[in-house]
Design a protein around this ligand. Structure first.
Ligand code: 1CP
Length: 343
């Protein structure tokens, strides 16, 4: 096994960590904005395999990254299950809402998703043929809780209030929704792996808002564990990265409880703490503050090398704590990579 990312995910401690960035294909790159304009709108970009593959490859032409992440969105799965989805320019995603048990029951069965999602599998097939040999291809999906928060509220919300309200009002109906998403996610990620994804990542961007321990067990840990164990039955060699963002101290034990090969960290936990409490269980990914790619300067270099050194005695993948933002300076990405490799 020669690919650096796969070696770190297999638990190897490496002299320099593999590097990639969340949202590495995105609006901070002029070539992304040009391709997005050509596609017309964001969803057309996601569903046109040649263009989605093109934007996935763009950051790799500029930067010496060890991985490419499929260009798509976590909200395509709800759309494939029957939610309406559209993007409002300058505001973000909108979906039809789910507020009743009847609406949960009316969702399409999991195996109906492939009809709409087949262009995503085609994007992966194109990428599998075009990526440089040393680059690892990552597929992904949203974790059930995070996907449910959007399906219930119909949009991004600061506190995931509507999902918490639905969970409190009708826990059985809410659990049924989580189960439906879990089953569909297993089918979706299996199809991504069969198309050529070498690693898969589960984005649980709102895991941190499950502050109750039982909720966290039922809706963050258990669905993730179910997805990973189902994937491992047919694809035991495909590593899984879990990103339960915002868990803080509760990152401890998450990899063991779910079977994840790697936990991705946001910048709210320190890399020194992660080295002590998390790297004993699994590979860790993270966790530079994306703000530093806007401000740059010495602070960027100091932080990138501090994180690298803190995590160098165990398996580590260098990444940001969250996605790179549209106002980031691409030259700062080059400086970040130099600082990591020179640390
Ligand atoms: O105008 C544009 O070009 C749209 C911006 C954009 C992009 C580039 C959106 C809308 N999605 C994406 C791509 C995307 N989304 C990827 C591609 C791979 C990559 O380069 O990383 C991935 C992995 C995602 C995942 C995603 N989408 C998450 C989980 C990670 C995270 O950022 O927390 C979430 C929550 C979404 C929903 C979503 N899609 C887009 C927006 C603006 C949002 C957030 C909406 C909100 O909460 O208000």
């Amino acid at each position: 096994m020669t690919k650096l990312l796969l070696r770190a995910l297999a638990g190897e401690t490496l002299p320099t960590p593999p590097i990639w960035m969340m949202r590495q294909a995105g609006r901070y790159l002029p070539e992304y904005r040009a391709t997005r304009a050509k596609a017309g709108d964001f969803l057309s970009l996601c569903y046109t395999p040649e263009l989605a593959a093109e934007v996935t490859l763009q950051p790799l032409r500029r930067f010496d990254f060890d991985a490419a992440i499929l260009f798509a969105d976590i909200l395509l799965l709800p759309q494939a299950l029957g939610s309406e989805l559209w993007f409002v320019t300058g505001e973000g995603p909108r979906l039809s809402t789910i507020t009743t048990r009847a609406q949960v029951d009316a969702l399409k069965p999991g195996d109906a998703i492939h009809e709409r999602l087949s262009p995503i599998y085609e994007t992966i097939r194109i990428l599998a043929g075009e990526l440089p040999r040393e680059t690892t291809l990552i597929g992904f999906a949203g974790a059930p809780w995070t996907v449910a928060t959007y399906m219930i509220a119909g949009r991004g919300t600061p506190d995931q209030g509507p999902a918490h309200d639905f969970k409190t009002a009708d826990r059985a109906a809410f659990s049924a929704l989580i189960d439906r998403i879990t089953e569909a996610t297993i089918l979706y990620l299996s199809a991504q792996i069969e198309a050529g994804a070498e690693v898969v990542k589960l984005f649980d961007s709102w895991a941190g808002s499950l502050s109750d321990a039982n909720d966290r067990r039922d809706f963050a840990i258990e669905p993730t564990r179910r997805i990973i164990s189902a994937l491992k039955m047919n694809h035991p060699d495909v590593p899984v990265i879990a990103f339960p963002r915002g868990l803080g101290e509760n990152y401890k034990g998450f990899a063991r409880a779910t079977g994840a090969d790697c936990v991705a960290l946001d910048q709210s936990v320190s890399s020194e703490w992660a080295a002590e409490h998390l790297q004993i269980d699994s590979c860790v990914q993270g966790n530079l503050d994306p703000q530093l790619l806007i401000t740059g300067g010495d602070a960027l270099k100091v932080e990138a090398s501090r994180i690298t050194r803190a995590l160098r005695n165990g398996p580590h993948i260098f990444n940001l704590g969250h996605g790179i933002t549209p106002d980031a300076d691409p030259d700062n990405v080059t400086r970040m990579i130099e600082a990591v490799r020179g640390a």
